[in-house]
Design a protein around this ligand. Structure first.
Ligand code: UTP
Length: 273
């Protein structure tokens, strides 16, 4: 089965960016002039995906409005040079479908993915966490992973080498490198200490998931921080040899952190000027 849908779990509170995220979704913060969520959707489009699914929450209405027409504004700028500034966004709206479901209680990323089941159905799907901004590759990270899925037909997580003292921020994998940059995962630990981390390979915000993940998530107890962790559910698949870790091409910026956000802003700005 081909991957046709991309899920964006965007219900989190974005507490690291307060006060900016008090009334505005983190995903609407701009890197130069484009909100983070649009970069994520553009990456999915680059991968040939047109069906976008969002798990949202309270205070996230601006995301739905962004992927909709704003008649008054568009009429106002229709005969001016500024029209070109909206062309990219208008094209996305024309090309893609957007569906939304609310996560009523924010019980973790695994829970957000479980909530998305009615939007996804019984097929493999891509997941993009838009605060991990990935740039600098023609296919995009999800495009690279979609290609890999055609070959491996199992769940795939994007991984990156991180300093061990940063392991506590990520899910960290153990596995055997089967070919260059492709690991068969045997273990994964959510947010371990530097000493407990099984490697320096951390999972970043790009996944391809097979639909059995939903029934596994239903059975998975809450983990670290009382949240339902996607890492715990993926571990059940990994124990059967059904998860690949993929060291992607391109550059990732953790825009959920201030340093990453500034790095992405400087990178995009210097590309444009
Ligand atoms: P984060 O761990 O980055 O949390 O979530 P957050 O709430 O967005 O940000 P901070 O840490 O408070 O600053 C990783 C991804 O999972 C989504 C988030 O929206 C983000 O895309 N998420 C997390 C949900 O959709 N629901 C949840 O219950 C938790």
């Amino acid at each position: 089965m081909k991957i046709k849908k991309c899920l964006f779990p965007v219900a989190g509170y974005g507490t690291r960016f307060l006060p900016a995220t008090k009334a505005i979704p983190k995903e609407m913060l701009p890197i130069v002039t484009k909100p983070l969520i649009q970069y994520g959707v553009e990456e999915a489009i680059k991968a040939g995906i047109k069906d976008m699914a969002f798990v949202t929450g309270r205070n996230k209405r601006a995301i739905e409005d962004h992927f909709d027409i704003n008649y008054e504004l568009e009429d106002k700028i229709s005969d001016t040079d500024k029209r070109s500034l909206l062309e990219g966004t208008s094209q996305i709206i024309k090309e893609c479908s957007f569906v939304y479901k609310r996560q009523i209680e924010m019980l973790g990323l695994g829970h957000a993915i479980l909530v998305s089941q009615p939007l996804i159905g019984n097929e493999p799907f891509a997941v993009i966490l838009p605060d991990d901004l990935c740039l600098g590759s023609d296919l995009g990270v999800i495009g690279q992973m979609k290609k890999l899925y055609d070959e491996y037909q199992c769940s795939i997580v994007a991984i990156e080498e991180v300093p061990r003292e940063h392991a506590y921020r990520y899910g960290v994998i153990a596995g055997k490198e089967e070919s260059k940059g492709i690991f068969r995962i045997s273990d994964m630990v959510e947010k371990p200490s530097a000493e407990a981390a099984p490697s320096n390979l951390a999972i970043i915000g790009r996944y391809v998931l097979t639909p059995d993940i939903f029934s596994i998530l239903e059975e998975t107890p809450s983990g670290k921080n009382g949240e339902l962790q996607i890492t715990d559910a993926l571990l059940a698949q990994a124990k059967k040899g059904r998860v690949i870790g993929y060291r992607f091409e391109g550059q990732r910026f953790d825009c959920g952190s201030i340093d990453g956000f500034m790095g992405a802003t400087n990178f995009v700005y210097s590309e444009q000027h």
